[in-house]
Design a protein around this ligand. Sequence first.
Ligand SMILES: *Cc1c(COP(=O)(O)O)cnc(C)c1O
Length: 784
Amino acid sequence: MLTIQDQLQETATQLFSKEFGQLSKNEMYITVATLTQNLAAKEIENTSVLTKKQDAKQLYYFSMEFLMGRLLINNLQNMNIFDEIDEVLEPYGVSIKDIEFEEGDAGLGNGGLGRLAACFMDSIASLNYPGHGITLRYRHGFFKQTFVDNKQVELPDLWLNNRNVWENKISDDATTVSFYGNLHKAEDGSYSLTDTVDVLAMPYDMPIVGASHTANRLRMYDVLPLENQKNFDTYEKDIMDIVSCLYPDDSTTKGKELRLKQQYLFVSAGLQNILKEHLATHQTLDNLADHVVMQINDTHPTLLIPELMCVLIDQHGYNFKDAFALTSKCIAYTNHTILAEALETWDAKMLQNLLPRVYQMIEDINNMFLESLKPYNYTKEQVEKMAIIAKKKVHMANLAIVGSFSVNGVAALHTKILVEKEMKIWADHYPTKFNNKTNGITQRRWFHYANPDLSSLVKSHSDDRLMEKPIEWFKAFEQQLDNEKVLQQLMDIKATNKTKLSSYIQKHEGISINQDAILDIQIKRLHAYKRQLLNVFHIIYLYQRLLNDETFKENFHPQTFIFGAKAAPSYVLAKNTIQLIRTMADIINADERVADKLQVIMVTNYNVSYAEKLIPAADISEQISTAGFEASGTGNMKFMMNGALTLGTMDGANVEIHELVGDDNIEIFGLLKDDVFAIHASDYKVKDDIKDDETITFILDYIKELKDFQPILDYFEKENDYYLVVKDFKAYVKAQEHLNALYKDQQAWTKKALINIARSGYFSSDRTIEDYVNDIWKLEKLVD
Ligand SMILES: *Cc1c(COP(=O)(O)O)cnc(C)c1O
């Protein structure tokens, strides 16, 4: 058995024909990561041996997005070899922390939905369940953000330019996926297609190394050309587009046909690989549901339902009824959308043209379903609302609900809104299908890795035997609530994290943060419903107040506002909001009169790596969406775990945070979801509110004076402030003032932070995954 040191040298020789000490930083990273990858490969092998031996049921998590971030330290820590490797590096004068930034930040996702998938992968493996991710291998990830004249500019994310050490091309599992073509019916009633455009779907696997002995796979599909295709040059160009980029807007569907091709590609290829593996050991598909469960993350992979039906009927001789029964036993659907009108639909003609057989199957499912509704006496409107195909559109959520055995929302309030309002008709029709699975985050990345000092402190007051029970493990820390020494340590850790963040921001943004200030952070996608605008409105107000009110200024504890957000390239209002934040930052940071009181920073290219730096330093976590619009949020959970106080509306998982910590340890403000729904149903005119409100009038005039911000002004005039910034403004100002005053009592504040940390274990994705396993997936742990 070679020592780690020898293995490192051997890897360096194989890769670069050099002594380890002679390598560049990037080569060192590649060498360490390759060695880690080789060790992970052994764990993957072990996991698949155990899976076969136990004949264990396997989960496949289909998601268009996996926002993984960097993997080196995550993998080393999960494999428990971080310290060992770091020691081996020491004689060369480097540490893992020096080389970790050589790795690209894998941005195969837009935000929360993709990050959730990544956290789930970590928890599934760490809990020793056999569960794999399936997605696309986009050549360009989520765009890289820069600013020119304070405006967002998008650059391509060329994450594959540096060697992607983690992936392995699995040529043996490459499969053909067909688009277009003509349908033919055979005598036995099955269908086939001719004249299709075929592509080769090539899987690349990345190891997902758990903190225990299990390592699963994230399978990413690339597209390659096949040689027997007509007009090869245009064909090749066309098909390469399929995996060229991730769509930078997860809330609307654009580049329509291409996005549909993406969806079908990974669904069809993923399914072929799953069935091939199942048939190799079981010879029949009749028992598929005992061995395979497929979770679809939002509706993007819903074609899985008709596709599995097609395979069962056309290739395995199933009749329609049996095929449907089997399909709907294997597939479960997670809903991430609140508003019914925001659910994904496809133009029926386009779907039929691109995927003739799949479309026909959707029609058959729809006909069967509509037939099954007949005994229920639904009205015509109700039937139309539930139909899978209606008004020349295919309604993917309806298809997902009909064709799956479980539909879950992602936070208690979200599920409640689905069941009682937006999907009430469905929940009444299928009363046992609907369930809630409140989201979670992996504490291994978002606590132990991102905040090592805090992790050590909690560790020293908890019981390591509870490591696998995060709720209890975190909870044990609450016994230190009156321990002055621990409270002081908590303050020191927060201060150190602020210093570290300050030098990081100094390096990347050219500005350092006021160490004494309250650090108030809002980091998330830029969207009107998330209301970054409410935050900037308050900042403009605060700035004027500080300039004009000496007493207020004296009593005001310095506060630094940090934003991080990308706006979809075509989202005009969002981009204009970024420009306003950056413009206000320039004005305020240059104004000597408020220099020691107020600071505003919008960081560049917010991503997972940046989040890992920002969150441990935060005092205030801004979660201020219009109530009823944020399905769950997961950023709110990360902040809570790291000891920030939530300033939030009663929305998404904020409601559950509030329930856990109680009124005194969170700052809740603003309209409730029922208020919001009532206003939207009334003839509310924001104009009237603005007219009667000096402060709002001042802020809008101020923005008008700055020029350049017509889209924001239009939002108030033409969209009637749909997300209710004006209606919630006063309450938000009051909440901000309350927090600012509270912060002066450092001891009291720190106690609140401690309670937040100690009660955050509920939001570990380990808890979420155990809930999925118990209620939906029914997996068994792999026993080493
Ligand atoms: C957690 C996370 C998100 C989700 O943030 P929300 O506040 O829940 O919207 C988005 N982007 C990144 C990089 C994240 O880490």
